[in-house]
Design a protein around this ligand. Structure first.
Ligand code: AHR
Length: 346
C-alpha cells in the first residue's frame, strides 16, 4: 500500500473509533445500521420511523385493565410514527418473560412493561439493557432492587391509594357516628395479586393510617387476585367463617363488585350492613355507589396511553425522562358519584 493511502486509511480508522464513542446500539427493525447518537437518557436517539415499541401487558383481569390496554393501543395506533407490538401474558409471569425476550430478539426500539409481580424479571431486564433497549414501566413497577434496569415508571401512587381508602373510611365512620374510637371495628380485606406492586402498596398504605386507629382490627385478609369471581368466592368464605364484619376494604373495584354479590346472597345489605371501600373508580363502581351498595372508590387512572406515547416521543427525540411520571386522581363516594358517572371514560 502506498504511503498516502496508508495515511488516509489511518485517518479513517481514527475517525471511526472516535465516532464509535458517540454512538451505541446496533441496527433496529427499520433502523440505521450504524446505530444512533446517545440521548440524555443514555439510550440511542431514534431517527428511523416507525418507532417499534413492544408492550408486555399482564392480562385482562378487570375493567380497569381492559381500559388500560385500550388506552395504550389506541394512542399508538393513532400515531403513524409508531408500530406497537402487543403481548398479553394472561396472568402468567413466564409468558411475560418470554414476550420480553422476544422483544429483545426483534430489536424493538422501546419496551413498555407492566410487571405482573414485582420480582423475577432481573435476567431478562439485563438482556434488554445489554441490547440498549429502554424499558418504560406502565402502571406496575418492579421491586426496588431491580429499578436500575428500567428507565422510568408512569402510573399511580398505590401507597397513597391505600392511605386515601383508610382516611376516607375514618372520616365517613366519624360523620356517621359509627366509630367513636372505643368499640372494635372489624375489617376484612381483599388483597390484589400476591407479590404485585398494587397489592403490596395498598396493603401498606391502609395500615399506615390504621396506626392512628388502634380500635380498627383486620380480622381476615386474603387475595382475590383482582378478579370479580375470586373476590366473590373469598367474601363468601369470610362471611361463612364470621358474619361480624363492619368494613370491607378491597384492593380494587372488581373484587368489591364480586363481594357485593356474596354479601347480598348472605342476606346482608352491602353499603349499609357492611361499609365497602375499594380502589379504581371504574364505571361498575359508580353504578354500585349510585345504588348505595358501594360506599367509596379511590380513583386509579388506567388511561396511560397518551403519557406512554409522549414518553416514547421524548425518548426518541433524545430528551431525558423524569424518574417517575405520576397520574392525577380523585376520591369518589355516594355524595358525588351520580354527578360524575356520565363523564366517566372507563
Ligand atoms: O395495577 C393496577 C391494578 O390492577 C388495578 O387496580 C386493578 O383493577 C388491576 O387489575
Amino acid at each position: 500500500m502506498k504511503r498516502t493511502a496508508k495515511v488516509l486509511l489511518g485517518i479513517v480508522i481514527v475517525m471511526l473509533v472516535l465516532g464509535g464513542m458517540m454512538f451505541v446500539g446496533g441496527s433496529k427493525e427499520g433502523g440505521s445500521a450504524l446505530g444512533a447518537a446517545v440521548s440524555e437518557s443514555g439510550f440511542p436517539v431514534i431517527t428511523h420511523r416507525p418507532i417499534v415499541v413492544g408492550f408486555s401487558q399482564i392480562g385482562s383481569e378487570s375493567e380497569w385493565r381492559t381500559a388500560n390496554t385500550a388506552s395504550v393501543q389506541q394512542s399508538f395506533k393513532n400515531d403513524p410514527d409508531m408500530q406497537l407490538i402487543y403481548s398479553d401474558a394472561q396472568q402468567k409471569q413466564e409468558n411475560q418473560i418470554q414476550a420480553l425476550r422476544s422483544f429483545v430478539a426483534r430489536k424493538v426500539d422501546v419496551i413498555l412493561f407492566t410487571a405482573l409481580v414485582e420480582t423475577g424479571y432481573r435476567p431478562v431486564l439485563e438482556e434488554a439493557k445489554a441490547a440498549h433497549i429502554p424499558v418504560i414501566m406502565i402502571d406496575r413497577d418492579v421491586a426496588k432492587e431491580d429499578r436500575d434496569l428500567r428507565l422510568t415508571i408512569m402510573g399511580s401512587n398505590f401507597v397513597k391509594e391505600g392511605e386515601k381508602s383508610a382516611s376516607w373510611l375514618a372520616d365517613y365512620m366519624k360523620k356517621q357516628g359509627k366509630d367513636d374510637g372505643t368499640k372494635t371495628i372489624n375489617i376484612v380485606e381483599l388483597q390484589g395479586t400476591t407479590g404485585s406492586a398494587p397489592a403490596i402498596d395498598r396493603y401498606t398504605g391502609f395500615r399506615n393510617i390504621m396506626k392512628d386507629h388502634p380500635n380498627w382490627k383486620i380480622t381476615r385478609s386474603q387475595t382475590g387476585n383482582f378478579t370479580s369471581s375470586e373476590g366473590k368466592a373469598v367474601m363468601e368464605a369470610f362471611l361463612k367463617a364470621d358474619k361480624n364484619i363492619d368494613v370491607l376494604y378491597a384492593h380494587n373495584d372488581q373484587m368489591a363488585l364480586g363481594a357485593i354479590q356474596a354479601i347480598k346472597e348472605a342476606g346482608l345489605k352491602p353499603g349499609k350492613d357492611i361499609i365497602i371501600v375499594s380502589i379504581d373508580a371504574v364505571k361498575g363502581a359508580f353504578e354500585a355507589m349510585v345504588k348505595g351498595e358501594l360506599n367509596a372508590s379511590i380513583e386509579c387512572n388506567p388511561l396511560l396511553g397518551p403519557q406512554a406515547l409522549q414518553a416514547v416521543h421524548d425518548l426518541a427525540d433524545g430528551k431525558k425522562l423524569p424518574e417517575r411520571i405520576w397520574t392525577i386522581e380523585a376520591v369518589f363516594d355516594q355524595t358525588n358519584a351520580a354527578a360524575a358517572l356520565p363523564t366517566r371514560q372507563y
